[in-house]
Design a binder for this molecule. Structure first.
Ligand code: CTP
Length: 395
């Protein structure tokens, strides 16, 4: 069950959206609707209010906003998926250029890492206008899903491209239950290796990449179990277990792995642990302190020994240099189906950031470069590629 936020803008095709609401609600999803003022001239907010049983959002300035809520921020926070349908040329161009002059466009400025599905609907000449096409290309580059309109007779009595695609088709696109029946095991976050009762060795992993992977799987009907290090993330949407050390993560992964189709190891597992963990707090009596470290088991390497031919294993490689060679060496050594490489020497992506830029390497040497985009969209690509490998293996 997902929270769908539908933004309706001022086009004649707005009449198709109640049907989309009906389909989503029937499938068990929650729906809220936001409208531009022009959209309210094509269809009344009351129609949506009655269907969704939720208040319809029009404009911060036009409605009585509760003093403790800011609609365009709260709405985006609430939504799992955002749909703009029908989306006029005007709204497309505003979103692509960062203009926020009504509830819909200012809400779109708040979106950071949520999937946005845009369904244009307009006269053919408007659709083919180079500015509009440039803005659509811009949006796609930034990770928005912008869909082609249908061809046919338009409200302006011309034939051509510009009809809003049918609600049933929109439903199939946005609900995406393609991962139904597929079982994913996802690890995320850092491990902590104890030194004494109050200290530990760890790393900067925030767990956000793995969190977005788990979320995308869930949003698309897949089953996911999360093995998480100590992270400040709300894992309640998932089935999960929290661990501390690399050894605990190893035990959780190895004992569960055989039940899953795909393992995605985003966790930053400590390579070494302290040989003798002190059971008392270490005092600062000496000028220097030497900690002897011993190697931890490599979880992915151990998994490769028990993996069957139908399972898919995905590794992540955090590298600061010689990205390609290091990643390919890991892919081969750990017998991975694919490895996602990210450059952690950059502070704008990777550890702790909300965006990432990665390259996916496959066993056959092929690689897929994903430009800088939200971790949710990176997650979409990673999971989709892993799922395709699973399908090929099980054909
Ligand atoms: N990994 C693992 N077990 C470990 C260490 C890492 O399963 N003990 C996994 C990580 O979850 C990741 C992949 O291996 O998916 C690569 O992790 P990375 O730290 O980049 O590589 P290492 O094998 O630890 O090699 P190095 O630290 O020498 O680069």
């Amino acid at each position: 069950m997902s929270n769908f936020l539908i933004f309706v803008t001022g086009g004649i095709a707005a009449y198709k959206i109640p049907n989309l609401c009906r389909l989503l609600i029937k499938a068990g999803h929650n729906v809220k609707v936001g409208m531009t003022e022009n959209a309210t001239k094509f269809i009344t907010p009351l129609t949506f209010e009655s269907l969704t049983k939720n208040r319809v959002y029009i404009d911060d300035f036009l409605t009585d906003v509760e003093p403790d809520s800011i609609d365009h921020i709260d709405l985006i926070e609430w939504a799992d998926k955002i749909i703009v349908a029908p989306c006029t040329a005007n709204t497309i161009s505003k979103i692509a250029n960062g203009i926020g002059d009504n509830l819909v466009t200012s809400s779109m400025l708040v979106v950071k890492s949520k999937p946005v599905y845009i369904f244009p609907s307009m006269n053919t000449n408007m659709y083919e206008n180079p500015f509009v096409q440039e803005n659509i290309a811009k949006l796609r580059k930034l990770g928005y899903f912008v869909f082609e309109p249908d061809e046919g007779e338009l409200a302006c009595k011309t034939e051509g491209k510009g009809r809003l695609i049918e609600p049933e088709e929109i439903f199939n696109i946005v609900v995406e239950e393609k991962l139904k029946g597929v079982k994913f095991l996802v690890t995320l976050g850092p491990t902590k290796e104890g030194i004494d009762p109050v200290r530990f060795i760890s790393n900067y992993s925030s767990g956000k990449m793995g969190y977005n992977i788990a979320k995308y799987i869930k949003d698309n009907g897949g089953e996911v179990f999360v093995v998480a290090g100590d992270v400040c993330l709300d894992l309640s949407p998932f089935s999960y277990v929290k661990i501390r050390s690399a050894e605990e993560m190893y035990n959780e992964v190895i004992s569960r792995f055989s039940e899953y189709d795909i393992l995605i190891m985003t966790a930053a597992v400590a390579d070494y642990r302290v040989k003798n963990i002190s059971d008392k707090k270490i005092k600062k009596n000496d000028e220097t302190l030497l900690l002897e470290l011993v190697k931890n088991k490599d979880i992915l390497y151990e998994v490769s020994k028990v993996k069957n031919e139908k399972q898919v294993v995905v590794g992540f490689a955090a590298e600061t240099d010689d990205l390609i060679n290091n990643a390919m060496e890991k892919l081969n050594r750990k017998k991975l189906d694919m490895i996602v490489v990210n450059d952690v020497s950059r502070s704008d992506i990777g550890f702790g950031a909300d965006e990432n830029e990665v390259t996916i390497f496959l066993k056959n040497g092929e690689n897929i470069r994903l430009s800088k985009q939200s971790k949710y969209l990176i997650a979409k690509h990673v999971v989709d590629v892993a799922y395709n490998i699973l399908r090929e293996k099980n054909e």
